[in-house]
Design a protein around this ligand. Structure first.
Ligand code: ZN
Length: 335
């Protein structure tokens, strides 16, 4: 599709609002706000600027959306992007198997941004690329990879990495297949993680000082709950409950209580390929949900909003701030 013809739906969408009942009987609304994109992923709400960032992976685009002015701009880059703390117009980005710093003034489209390679991972893995990534409570950047060869996803080729403030790399979990999820609890002693094909949400003990993880357990098993599809992106609300995108299934967003592993709520989405989610808005009470259109070409009649970014209002919960990467100045890159 022609990406210059991005449809901006705002007020128009009010008539398209899809009302469903939340688990606590509050009325929630699901509004398609932007799109369609091929594979929208990796939403990141920046509370300093009230900007929603997300990527369109196979279009290699990083988008910036200003919820107040409706300004939507992009630059070319891939898979995952997070602002660098205290450094204007700088982002840490996964691009192929490179972790890079890009320089982008988000008020302008930039098809050729300045890029500096910070680190390269998986250099012997021909089909690997970075996938999802997040910043931990100490400001370190965690990002995992996946193998993707055409329509195939060779298993156990990838890893989850952690990058310290000096960009020193540690391998945290290996091998994995499709690295996703990535959430820390509010006590900063627990890490939640998803390797999508395993159809489980995992939980680890987490040491905030060292950044080490240990004692892997299964927190939530899609198969046990008869949920079709696979877990993809994940976020946490202010009460500590997890929100998980159910991709390739019936199109759902799940709320899970991590203390019991219980499924608290299911939100039915109007699309099946639900990729990721993040709380945003000035009060962080809007759940932004990304979705994919690719692979649904024959289905598009039934799923006119496939590939849209949605805003879910009225869930009755708020999210926690999403952090920026604390990267030291003057570090020697690519060592
Ligand atoms: Zn994902």
């Amino acid at each position: 599709m022609n990406m210059h013809k991005i449809i901006l739906l705002t007020a128009v969408c009010i008539s398209l609002i899809n009302f469903i009942q939340g688990g606590d009987n509050t009325e929630i609304s699901i509004v398609p706000i932007l799109g369609p994109f091929d594979l929208a992923e990796g939403p990141h709400w920046d509370e300093n600027s009230n900007i929603l960032y997300f990527v369109d992976i196979h279009q290699q685009k990083l988008y910036s959306w200003d919820s107040e002015t409706n300004e939507l701009t992009y630059t070319f880059i891939m898979s995952v992007a997070v602002p660098i703390d205290g450094k204007e117009n700088s982002y840490v980005v996964g691009s192929g198997t490179n972790l890079v710093e890009i320089y982008w003034n988000r008020h302008f489209n930039d098809t050729d941004p300045d890029v500096e390679i910070i680190r390269t991972v998986d250099s012997t893995r021909l089909y690997n690329r970075f996938n999802d990534g997040k910043v931990d409570p100490k400001g370190r950047f965690w990002a995992g990879t996946m193998a993707e060869h055409g329509n195939e996803y060779p298993p156990n080729q990838a890893s989850l990495y952690k990058f310290d403030s000096d960009a020193k790399r540690s391998t945290m979990i290996s091998p994995v297949s499709i690295s996703n999820g990535l959430v820390w609890n509010h006590a900063n002693d627990t890490f939640y993680y998803i390797d999508s094909p395993q159809k489980k949400v995992f939980v680890f003990d987490y040491d905030n000082e060292s950044g080490n993880i240990s004692n892997q357990r299964t927190l939530f098993d899609f198969v046990k709950y008869n949920i079709t599809g696979v877990p993809d992106g994940m976020t946490i609300d202010s009460t500590g409950n997890l929100w998980v995108a159910d991709n390739l299934g019936n199109g759902k967003v799940l709320q899970i209580d991590p203390s019991s592993g219980e499924l608290l709520r299911i939100v039915d989405m109007p699309v099946t390929h639900v990729s990721s989610l993040a709380f945003g808005g000035p009060n962080k009470d809007i759940l932004y949900v990304t979705s994919a259109r690719e692979g649904l070409e024959d289905e598009i009649k039934n799923q006119p909003y496939a590939g849209f970014v949605f805003a879910i209002y009225g869930l009755g919960v708020t999210g926690s701030p999403m952090l920026s990467y604390k990267l030291e100045d003057d570090i020697v890159f690519n060592k």
